[in-house]
Design a binder for this molecule. Sequence first.
Ligand code: ZN
Length: 185
Amino acid sequence: MKKLLFILPLVLALSSCNSQTIKTEKMDTTSKPNPVYNRKDDKKVVLPEEEWKKILSPEVFYVARQKGTERPWTSKFEKSKEIGTYYCAVCGNGLFKSDTKFESGCGWPSFYEPLNKGAIIYTPDNSHGMKRTEVQCGKCKSHLGHVFDDGPPPTGLRFCINGVVLDFEKAQAAEKKYDEKAPNQ
Ligand SMILES: [Zn+2]
């Protein structure tokens, strides 16, 4: 009996310790879901597909890494008129400004011009019996969508992009970050 009384507090202490470890691990994974996502670093990101599969959600992995297409009219960005910047949801690369976004009626978020020259990579795509130009992220080479030449002026281009691989930051939030950074520069 004496022995039992001695062991009991030890067991209790051990089990409470264990439950705490599990809690912290869980918190870590939710705050850092994607280790390669970075809006401030434009260094190229190259990872094997099995690594992407671990990092990305199934929906994003399917579109970004397997060249999938999300169902039309399903993206919250399709009709969004909010002012700000669209980033690659996979790596945080700046892709489009909201002032180049337009309603194309095609069912996917559409833009007429990328943020800058390096934002996007163009690749010929002859799949599905069509001659199209695929657009990929310039930083992580994720599939974003396609570009067509029936867009509005000034470019005449229509970048038809899967909303699931886009990440949006409102302009106000972007300005605030800039102010915070300024004193250190
Ligand atoms: Zn990317």
